[in-house]
Write a protein that binds this ligand. Sequence first.
Ligand code: SF4
Length: 284
Amino acid sequence: MPTIQNSDLRRALADRIRYYNELGIYDFYQRECPAPESTNALEMDQREEMSPRKAAAPTNIADQNMFEVLASKPEQSVVDSVGALMLIREDLGDCTRCKLHQQGRKQVVFGVGNPRADLMFVGEGPGADEDQQGEPFVGRAGQLLNNMIKAMGILREDVYIANVVKCRPPGNRTPERDECDTCSPFLMRQIAVIKPKVIVALGAVAAKNLLAINAPMAELRGRFYDFMPTGARSNDPNWQGSKLAVTYHPAFLLRDPRQKGEAWKDLQMVMKYLGLNPPPKSES
Ligand code: SF4
């Protein structure tokens, strides 16, 4: 592993990594680099002058130890998932990383639920009620989601609920590519802390962002995918990733209730995997 001799360059690299950490980016990938043709230190330093592209592969030029220290996520220092989620929330802060922060959002809607949940639901983004209350899925779609969870024989408090973007897109428009790309690293970190057995992606936006697959809902539903959040280090022998299932977003089901039966089939697949049974029908 090459090391950096030039102290200015080391400082520049450290600043650049901090800059990416500020954006919520902690994961960098090593690219094989050919042996340098010249051993002239000045020439090498000039060639390695920092640029965003170079910074995406800093281990080409970085001292491994410095890089590991600077690039580790804050939550990796704690084992307790409640504390780890709090650290991610702190890191997010009063976020201004994407343009949604200046398009009328009242607050960042982080996520809610059991930090050690076996089951996690991921939606698209907060709506007006969620923005108002600071909690995902609390409006009409949230009520329907609560009913869906109850029909699975569990409670809302048993699961964890979050969205791909944490700020309300204006007029409830679909979040844009750059907004999803900027915000989703925080969702990935939440998933890596919670380590759910199953994630249910609610709607096409959540599914496409989590799976990086551009396909219609009809093709995405009806099966499990193996899912490991981007950047998660598989250093936990008890967690090798989640199963991910796709179903309709509750807001869509409110508009087209005929699809509720299809959504129920998706949830039954999840229940079977988790060993859940629907609650007994109450006699009246
Ligand atoms: S949507 Fe996410 S990245 Fe954009 S401002 Fe809100 S919290 Fe930050």
